[in-house]
Design a binder for this molecule. Structure first.
Ligand code: FEO
Length: 173
């Protein structure tokens, strides 16, 4: 059984992951409007991953006999001055998510809630990867600067991103 405090915190995280999915969808739409379809592909995969993250919280709250409480999802930003600015916003958001996951772990430890602590371990590891993935794209974008040929190459590369095989994902829950 989850404490009321933990249930609220997990529901807030569910909302944050849902917002992330929405924000990445807005970024996909931005890139499609700029005809950068490789970057849009990257964002479509990201939006689907964030939905999976949200659903992990959904299932965990239910499995612990808690109550899922869905709240309003904030409107995402929809315009960026450049691809670099969009990916920098993505990194900022991932850093916020990492801080939020860390606070949840702190709460789980404080409450001696070992099950929640164990559940959160996957997210602690995932956030390292999430930040690194975005950071790699930012480095490439900075390297090419204003070169349209460079941007074209990055876009082609990001078109190759494939969805990750998800262990313990929605399909088998
Ligand atoms: Fe679910 Fe990208 O954090």
């Amino acid at each position: 059984m989850l404490s009321e405090t933990m249930q609220d915190a997990l529901n807030q995280q569910l909302n944050m992951e849902t917002f992330a999915s929405y924000q990445y969808l807005a970024m996909a739409a931005y890139f499609e409007s700029e005809n950068l379809l490789g970057m849009a592909n990257w964002m479509h995969i990201q939006t689907a991953e964030e939905r999976e993250h949200a659903m992990k919280f959904y299932h965990f709250i239910n499995d612990r006999r808690g109550r899922v409480k869905l709240a309003a999802v904030a409107a995402p930003k929809t315009e960026w001055a450049s691809p670099l600015e969009a990916f920098q916003d993505a990194l900022k958001h991932e850093q916020k998510v990492t801080a939020s996951i860390n606070r949840l772990v702190d709460l789980a430890i404080k409450e001696s809630d070992h099950a929640t602590n164990s559940f959160l371990r996957w997210f602690v590891d995932e956030q390292v990867e999430e930040e690194a993935n975005v950071d790699a794209v930012i480095s490439d974008l900075k390297r090419v600067g204003d070169s349209s040929q460079g941007l074209f190459m990055i876009d082609r590369e990001l078109a190759g991103r494939q969805p990750e095989a998800e262990e313990g994902g929605e399909a088998d829950e």
